[in-house]
Design a protein around this ligand. Structure first.
Ligand SMILES: [Zn+2]
Length: 84
């Protein structure tokens, strides 16, 4: 699927959009259809793989955070128990 960069002629907002054949993109800010296509990035493969690795890294970070939270809760529980 091609991704295009557009500039809105109404508000000058620039944005990238995946456009399916037959789709007419609209400016996300002012909803204008008066857009200028700036350039066509041939594919999104590099973007997609970057996004995927970013997602994986984030998922891993979340997992680590969950382990930390669990360890912290465990520690606090033990600590509380010892306090009594
Ligand atoms: Zn606009």
């Amino acid at each position: 699927m091609p991704i295009y960069e557009y500039a809105c002629r109404s508000c000058a907002h620039k944005f990238e959009k995946l456009v399916r054949t037959g789709d007419t993109p609209a400016c996300p800010l002012c909803k204008s259809l008066d857009l200028e296509r700036l350039l066509s990035l041939s594919t999104i493969s590099s973007d997609t793989s970057r996004q995927l690795s970013f997602n994986r890294a984030r998922a891993r970070a979340k997992l680590v955070q969950r382990d930390k939270d669990a360890a912290q809760a465990d520690y606090e529980k033990k600590h509380r128990d010892e306090g009594h």
